[in-house]
Design a protein around this ligand. Structure first.
Ligand code: PMP
Length: 481
């Protein structure tokens, strides 16, 4: 039974016919007016709403065009549907939807950085990516030219990815890093971030504990927190994370670590600490997720071997990537672990994106099996060494007395710690005004810190020197006040 117990608000800015459209559709959506019920005549509605007939006609036409109402044989109208939301010209309340998904938004500083990185004219002093100047265009062209003969088809691939790449990585990981892994222990992911995401949704319950170095790259992401895990920071010293501070860990926990050229501090876990961490985790037992994104980028001497290469019991899940050494846009990473683990991750990956790009996987296979990748890495180390030395020289010149830092032995980063408290938001904005985009240290940390993550990999060395001089002046001026 349809009763008209409402009147449009003539003072309201919304046109009256739209108010009527909303009233009627709300009634139907709420189930008050059921499908098939006849509406009162237009004349009756005009009278009840105290409006002109033409207003009713407009409202009816709109509702009929959405399929909410339909004309019936007797010349009247009746309710046709209550599943119109997709056809409505009024947008849904997206804010409500946007706030509802379980995956957390980026920190707002990171959103700003992500945006500003694509604005021209900024010197990016913290970007964790190789400079476009270091892009090995000739090598990539050579590899691309070989692709037509290598690629037999571009169909979907199996659970672990391209078998040829699995074989190639198995041999390469053994030779270059002493990691014993069969192709059946290796899963190809679309970058190591995806591997992290898969671990977070496949391997841990909500409420599990994930331990990381404090600070850690992982803290700047919402991956584990969004899946309901609790992230805990473990203090870090020159030798690596102080595992002995992990106390009363629950049965459902995991240690995520970047032991080699840590992001953001550049720390290398010492040989001794590696052994102790392995022993500690085995005793718990607590699985280790080893992120080795930067391990190949040693500049002075080879770092101690990875945790994975010491793993005799299948306690370590290891992640590698080509993003930091060559091309993040290829979106290729690899996970090495016990067969059951990589199959589990691969199975969910199949349900997520059916596999990483096969073009990228064939390219990666060719890069490794041709030996070109190792030759390229040698060249890259030389370039990065020169860039690191340039950055250190600029720091010596402009930051003595303001901050402290260590000479990194590899990777991209210098962790610049300020002696005094710094209002990082203000410094970030002032630097931005001066054309400098920086990565504040607190996005990686569990507590407030007064540090900046510098990267010598991205900005042109001369630009970096210039930017560091300007930044030092900004900070000095601030500290004098
Ligand atoms: N792990 C670490 C430690 C990183 O620094 C990054 C990139 N900043 C990633 C993983 C993500 O890399 P990918 O492009 O392989 O997803």
């Amino acid at each position: 039974m349809i009763t008209l117990d409402w009147k449009p608000d003539k003072q309201n800015k919304t046109p009256i016919y739209r108010q009527i459209v909303k009233y009627i559709s709300d009634k139907i959506a709420a189930g008050d007016w059921v499908i098939g019920s006849r509406l009162p005549s237009q004349r009756a509605m005009a009278k009840a709403f105290e409006v002109n007939r033409s207003t009713i006609v407009s409202a009816m036409e709109e509702l009929i065009s959405y399929g909410i109402l339909e004309s019936d044989f007797g010349g009247g109208t009746r309710v046709a549907s209550n599943t119109w939301s997709l056809r409505m010209s009024q947008p849904p309340d997206w804010n409500k939807y946007i706030a509802s998904g379980p995956f957390g938004a980026n920190l707002s500083t990171i959103q700003t950085i992500n945006k500003m990185e694509f604005e021209p004219g900024y010197i990016r002093i913290g970007t964790g990516e190789l400079s476009p100047e270091l892009y090995p265009g000739k090598l990539i062209s050579k590899i691309f030219r070989r692709m037509p003969e290598r690629i037999p088809n571009l169909g979907y691939l199996g659970t672990l990815g391209l078998p040829e790449l699995g074989q190639a990585l198995s041999a390469w990981l053994k030779e270059s890093q002493g990691i014993d892994a069969k192709a059946s222990n290796i899963m190809i992911a679309s970058g190591s971030l995806q591997a992290l995401q898969l671990v977070s949704v496949c391997m841990l319950k909500r409420g599990s504990d994930v331990y990381t170095e404090a600070p850690s790259y992982l803290k700047s992401l919402q991956i584990f927190q969004s899946a309901g895990m609790n992230l805990h920071g473990v203090p870090l010293d020159e030798e690596g994370l102080q595992y002995w501070n992990i106390k009363d860990a629950s049965n459902e926990s995991l240690l995520y670590t970047i032991p080699t050229f840590h992001n953001p501090t550049g720390t290398v876990m010492s040989e001794k600490r590696r052994k102790e961490v392995m022993a500690f985790c085995q005793k718990q037992p607590m699985p280790i997720l080893e992120d080795d994104a930067y391990g190949q980028l040693w500049l002075d001497e080879k770092p101690p071997v990875s945790l994975k290469s010491r793993d005799k019991t299948g306690s370590v899940i290891y992640m590698g990537t080509i993003s930091k050494t060559m091309a993040p846009g290829l979106r290729i990473g690899w996970v090495v672990g016990p067969e059951a683990v990589v199959y589990r991750l691969g199975d969910v990956k199949m349900q997520t994106d059916y596999g990483a790009s096969s073009v990228s996987q064939w390219m990666m296979t060719e890069l490794i099996t041709s030996g070109d990748y190792d030759i390229y890495l040698e060249e890259l180390r030389k370039e990065l060494r020169a860039r690191r030395d340039n950055a250190l020289a600029a720091l010596d010149k402009h930051f003595k007395g303001l901050a402290t830092w260590k000479k990194p032995k590899g990777g991209f980063y210098i962790w610049l710690r300020f002696d005094k408290r710094l209002p990082m938001d203000k410094i970030f904005n002032k630097a931005l005004k001066a054309g400098i985009l920086l990565n504040p240290g607190n996005v990686y940390d569990y507590a407030e810190n007064h540090a900046i993550r510098l990267s010598y990999a991205y900005a042109d060395p001369e630009d970096l020197t210039k930017a560091l001089e300007i930044l030092a002046a900004i900070i000095e001026k601030h500290q004098k006040r």
